[in-house]
Ligand binder design. Sequence first.
Ligand SMILES: [Zn+2]
Length: 122
Amino acid sequence: MGAIKDVVDLLTQLVSRIQDRKVAAELNTIQSLIVNIQAEHAELHETNIKLSEERLSLRERNQVLEAQVAELSSASSARPSDIPTCPNCSTKAKPFYMRPVPRDFVSIQNATHECPKCEYLS
Ligand SMILES: [Zn+2]
């Protein structure tokens, strides 16, 4: 902001000293353009402050959400060991959990759990 103000002041001095009306008029035009630039600059400065604040609050929100994701993923990876895993679809790195068979089908299928991928019953 300081540099723009200096230019405006300098132009004001020049305009007062110049005798040639045409040159003075051109300098006046330049001066008013610079005043516009000054206004735009002030607006950008305001926007910048708002964006900085917004960024800060988004960063805080992101931290909260990341903490929640970490909490949820640790809760979901600590699945109870009584849920059976499919021997066909599980790997050493990733267990493939079976889903419970609907209660009405437990006696028909003679199984409590079913693999959603290969339909293995257990
Ligand atoms: Zn399976």
